[in-house]
Design a protein around this ligand. Structure first.
Ligand code: ZN
Length: 347
């Protein structure tokens, strides 16, 4: 009987990701990546597009749902305090925004069973508010002129999102992918003091919603100067940011927190353009930085649109071979990059 035939039992996706989050040993580092696609329309079409990408095409360890139906309030619509006062509590039972997501989660859970983690993408109250008023400069201007109205709106948004996220978990999601914008110290963000005033308190309200989940991921969006220290203590299980793009390395954050870290691939680099050797090199470097413990290999932010004729190729991978390749190599599975639709909002 050969001794090398079976080195260890292969974990299920859920076992692998759970072990990574806890800091236990894994059969190989869990892998996920994503981009935004626009299935346009129904909860079922979203579920089908999600399944195709995460499960069938790339055999990823986490299934991340990225709904195309935005929060029910028009973008760039708010110009003054009265606009902020139009943001109201959502009727969750009647909200397409919430009910469509619940339906997608249920379909995915039915299809995938319990051994694939499912997380729902959610934008923070401040992120939504930035869309509603047309961006950072408009937001700061209005926050200065009518802070009471802005804070009131953020509080309602936070409660709505909190309630929605609680339902996502109750309906079968393992966690949320909670994306924050504005948490940078440069001219694209709010700066630390204002993030602590307009971002953090509402993040903490909202993040009370998915507290029964075990795979809540905080995505700190930005290409530089992240205010990571202002959010490190959030009640989440995993931290994700553009470690390559921002220069804030996995190693540096590893030194500051015991949370599971997620990243390692440059979303505008080899992951998009190849070559495979570079994708592999980034993976190996990321594993070295983190010791491969409490770590999920992933892109830092959404991989942008790519012509499907590029590395994206889209040829269905032979799942078995790829899994073995990853296990044997101790590094990333080779990936064909991400293809499909452009990000209409960044996560
Ligand atoms: Zn991002």
């Amino acid at each position: 009987m050969g001794t090398s035939a079976v080195a260890y039992e292969e974990m299920t996706r859920t076992e692998r990701v759970r072990a990574a989050v806890r800091g236990d040993e894994v059969d190989r580092v869990p892998v996920a990546f994503w981009h935004h696609f626009r299935p346009e329309g129904s909860a079922r079409r979203l579920a089908e597009a999600t399944l195709r990408f995460f499960d069938e095409q790339f055999d990823l360890d986490i299934c991340k749902v990225m709904p195309d139906l935005p929060y029910p309030f028009p973008h760039r619509a708010i110009t003054d305090g009265n606009g902020w006062r139009m943001i109201e509590p959502l009727n969750l039972e009647r909200s397409h925004f919430v009910q469509g997501r619940l339906r997608t989660i249920e379909i995915l859970r039915d299809e995938l069973g319990d051994e694939t983690p499912i997380i729902m993408t959610v934008f923070s109250p401040l992120t939504e508010a930035l869309y509603f008023c047309g961006g950072r400069d408009a937001f700061l201007d209005q926050a200065r002129r009518d802070p009471v109205a802005v804070h009131g709106a953020l509080a309602i948004l936070a409660q709505n999102l909190r309630d929605a996220m609680e339902l996502y978990i109750a309906h079968g999601a393992d966690g949320v992918f909670y994306s924050i914008q504005g948490a940078t110290s440069d001219e694209k963000g709010l700066g630390e003091d204002r993030y602590r005033e307009f971002g953090r308190p509402y993040d903490l309200i909202a993040l009370g919603g998915p507290r029964d989940g075990w795979l809540n991921v905080l995505h700190v969006h930005g290409d530089a100067n992240l205010l990571m220290d202002a959010v490190l203590d959030y009640p989440v299980d995993v931290l994700n940011w553009s470690d390559r793009l921002t220069g804030l390395s996995l190693r540096e954050v590893r030194g500051k927190t015991s949370k599971c870290l997620m990243g390692g691939w440059h979303e505008f680099g080899a992951a998009l353009n190849g070559p495979v050797e570079q994708i592999q090199a980034e993976a190996e470097d990321a594993i070295k930085q983190t010791g491969g413990r409490k770590f999920i290999l992933a892109n830092g932010c959404s991989v942008p649109r790519r012509d499907p004729r590029g590395v994206a190729g889209g040829r269905p991978r032979h799942r078995r071979t790829a899994r073995r390749g990853v296990a044997a190599g101790g590094a990333a599975r080779s990936r064909r990059g991400a293809h499909g639709e452009a990000a209409f909002t960044h996560a």
